[in-house]
Design a protein around this ligand. Structure first.
Ligand SMILES: CC(=O)SCCNC(=O)CCNC(=O)[C@H](O)C(C)(C)COP(=O)(O)OP(=O)(O)OC[C@H]1O[C@@H](n2cnc3c(N)ncnc32)[C@H](O)[C@@H]1OP(=O)(O)O
Ligand SMILES: O=CC(=O)O
Ligand SMILES: [Mg+2]
Length: 543
């Protein structure tokens, strides 16, 4: 479809006038599907009529169930805010105590000793696949700012990667990137259930972001993936931020529907679920049970888990977190969750990722050291599913999983949260979803910790008890901290970058979110409107 448009592109805050009528192509979308993102001939190869039809079918079949699951999250939040805490569900005791196992692990992914993670950016996709890691988790989630350009290019990159044709020319360094003969196995992480994809409307409503991510990737890649990388299985996925097994059940139904629609065997698709919300720690068995024919284990998503601890207990002033860097795996509630995850997964015959059968590395430089640790412990075995049972974790109680983290709060903790949160958000608003800050990798999950920790300290006037001064956090103090940290950021990044970047916008959003009386559910949900760029809606006058 071609059309002629006049007027202006709406680009978020800036309207760019267009002097002359311009020629514009449109996507060949099926009935009820409208693409509001920029047209690009390469994007059109992803957004084909058949692929969009596939996504639309998933959306139509599952949107009510997704809506219901999100309503249930709200009800659970209300209960926690009224004083209760997550715990084991008596109604599913039979699943927790039952003697069942998940489907056998596909041979292609038996060995997952080190998994590299990274956004679906072209050069990084090639570097990650070539990195020597066993698995590459290509990320549409924590590590990606989900702008239209990033998303669509991400799908192009993955399609080229699965077909083995991906290459990249770094002109500045005159370096060409191509795939090695031996590459990591590809897993893809779609976004969480809560996010909309506002550039794709289905029956007049924004599509569910994860169904777009899953649907487009699956549709274009299932056949070559199964022929190549998956050795008869796949594609493989990582599933983020779930709070209850009913959400896993929706994923299971999505997988079954997708398998049926393209005519591949049930159980071909496999997924690892990130246990990265506090309520989900009490649902590990139930989540695996729902996905038992499509599972390849669980993974401790530790950063979102810490974020979720604060979020779940947002109405509990007796559960203030210490400084962010003190909340490590040594805290009893973190160690208990990780032990329970190992015990659960190995009992059910699948991988326990996040330090047990394998770990994540966010940078290729970390791979050799991680690999050495696993090789030294595991020798030639691909995993420890049958050999390390961690039976003692069977006795972990609700109290163990909820124990308050210990440690002090300091002014430097408040300052660091603020400096990191604002810089991360500024990067995210300009298209980068993972950034190095102060020698650490920051992504949406780690930035969330900074935000909710500030919010919690402000809400309850937390005492900065590690400084020996008895200072309490309040809006006035926080206002001063923001001003001073903005000055520091300007100094650190330089005037030019500061002026060109979106630091002021980021500061505004971050400050609002830290000082609001009711905690926003997600940093990126609010910020998302700032990166949505709608293509002008045309009256389709044909040439
Ligand atoms: C909480 C969670 O969800 S964790 C999982 C989600 N988060 C992530 O996946 C973060 C992934 N990591 C990254 O994005 C990056 O490592 C960053 C942003 C932290 C740092 O990136 P950079 O500043 O580019 O790192 P650096 O300059 O050291 O990179 C050196 C080389 O390694 C490559 N590299 C760095 N990280 C990765 C990665 N994760 N995957 C593939 N290649 C990578 C770079 O592309 C670069 O390649 P080149 O030499 O060919 O140009
Ligand atoms: O996704 C991983 C996390 O730690 O969050
Ligand atoms: Mg996460």
């Amino acid at each position: 479809m071609n059309g002629v448009g006049t007027g202006s592109y709406y680009t978020g805050a800036t309207a760019v006038p267009v002097a002359k009528p311009f020629l514009m192509a449109g996507y060949d979308a099926p009935e009820g599907v409208e693409i509001r993102g920029r047209y690009d001939g390469e994007f059109a190869k992803i957004l084909t009529r058949d692929a969009l039809n596939f996504v639309a079918q998933l959306q139509r079949e599952f949107k009510q169930r997704v809506r219901y699951a999100l309503e249930c999250r709200k009800e659970a939040k209300k209960r926690y805010n009224d004083g209760s805490a997550p715990g084991f569900d008596p109604a599913t005791k039979n699943i927790r105590e039952g003697d069942w196992v998940c489907a056998a692990v596909p041979p292609a992914v038996a060995d997952r000793k080190v998994e590299i993670t990274g956004p679906v950016e072209r050069k990084m996709v090639i570097n990650a696949l070539n990195s020597g890691a066993k698995v590459f988790m290509a990320d549409f989630e924590d590590a990606l700012s989900p702008s239209w350009e990033n998303l669509m290019n991400g799908h192009i990159n993955l399609k080229d990667a699965v077909n083995g044709t991906i290459s990249f020319h770094d002109k500045a360094r005159n370096r060409v990137y191509k795939l090695n003969d031996q590459i990591a196995k590809l897993f893809v992480r779609p976004r969480g259930w809560h996010l909309p994809e506002s550039h794709i409307l289905i029956d007049g409503e924004p599509a569910t972001a994860c169904l777009v991510d899953f649907g487009l990737y699956f549709f274009h890649n299932y056949a070559p993936f199964r022929r190549g990388q998956g050795a008869g299985f796949g594609p493989f996925f990582y599933l983020p931020k779930m709070e209850h097994s009913r959400e896993a059940k929706i994923w299971n139904c999505v997988f079954e529907k997708a398998e049926k629609m393209v005519g591949i065997e049930r159980g071909s698709i496999r997924a690892t679920v990130l246990i990265e919300t506090l309520p989900a720690a009490f649902q590990m068995d139930e989540i695996l049970y729902e996905l038992r024919d499509h599972s390849v284990g669980l993974n401790c998503g530790r950063w979102d888990y810490i974020f979720s601890y604060v979020k779940t207990f947002q109405g509990h002033p007796d559960r203030l977190l210490p400084d962010r860097f003190l909340v490590g795996m040594g805290q009893h509630f973190m160690k208990s969750y990780s032990d329970r995850l190992i015990w659960t997964c190995h009992r059910r015959g699948v991988h326990a990722m996040g330090g047990h059968d394998g770990t994540w590395a966010a940078h290729p430089g970390l791979i050799p050291a991680c690999m050495e640790v696993f090789n030294n412990t595991m020798g030639n075995s691909p995993n420890q599913i049958k050999t390390a049972k961690r039976e003692e974790a069977a006795n972990l109680t609700e109290e163990d999983l909820l124990q308050r983290p210990r440690g002090v709060r300091t002014m430097e903790g408040l300052r660091l949260n603020t400096r990191v949160g604002i810089q991360y958000l500024a990067a995210w608003l300009t298209g980068s979803g993972s950034v190095p800050l102060y020698n650490l990798m920051e992504d949406a999950a780690t930035a969330e910790i900074s935000r909710v920790q500030n919010w919690q300290w402000l809400k309850y006037g937390a005492e900065l008890n590690g400084d020996g001064l008895g200072v309490r956090v309040n809006k006035e103090l926080f206002g001063r901290v923001v001003e001073e940290e903005m000055a520091r950021i300007e100094k650190e990044v330089g005037k030019e970058k500061y002026k060109k970047g979106m630091y002021k916008e980021a500061s505004k959003i971050f400050t609002r979110q830290c000082t609001t009386s009711t905690l926003d559910d997600f940093l990126t949900l609010d910020a998302y409107n700032n990166i949505v760029v709608h293509h002008p809606k045309l009256t389709q006058s044909r040439l």
